[in-house]
Write a protein that binds this ligand. Sequence first.
Ligand code: FMN
Length: 196
Amino acid sequence: MTAAPKVLVFAGSSRQGSLNKQLARLVAKRIEALGGVATFVDLKDYPCPLFDEDIETQGIPENVLKLRKLLADHQALFIASPEYNGFITPLLKNTLDWLSRPYEDTPGLALYSGKWAALVSASPGGLGGIRAMPLAQQLLANLGLIVLPQPMSLSKAHTAFDETGAFIEETNSKKLDALCQRLVDILACTSEKILL
Ligand SMILES: Cc1cc2nc3c(=O)[nH]c(=O)nc-3n(C[C@H](O)[C@H](O)[C@H](O)COP(=O)(O)O)c2cc1C
């Protein structure tokens, strides 16, 4: 029997009340409901300094090491992120940069190699943060991840969730479920192939 695929889920915003954290939590629930294993991580719990090679030379920060362990233990990333001025957030870029670095016997980018990624974005605005999605896709591909096409962007996100954190509109539930299902299916296929 194949082990359930493990997905690391986090948001590119750390603020309290983040809509993207809300979306990431929902992603984690849906992945579990579809037979995957999801670990939701709040990056507020893992503050990392702005990347600087001088800091790196002094020693990789503890929280980066913790995130490295988490990444190594999962087959995929599922990222929910807002856009800032049509671009990915500094938090997302900084986190991905730290995790791209070599450490001990592990070469740079090795932690990402062969892993899958899926993306969603949320914004109170009308475009749902969609402008940063191609940029995030490009960055993840540069890092060596295989990125699912057609990310979901949630517009008017401040009115999208009920008090339990579920979507109010069924169309949003269907879109998110379809994306989560695609990721779980592809992970199941690829891990079966590896076992053959
Ligand atoms: C510096 C900055 C730039 C922003 N730029 C955009 C933008 O380009 N497009 C957009 O839809 N919202 C933009 N916003 C609004 C965010 O989408 C909004 O604050 C959102 O709630 C942030 O995500 P979060 O709720 O997960 O923290 C920006 C917010 C900040 C702080």
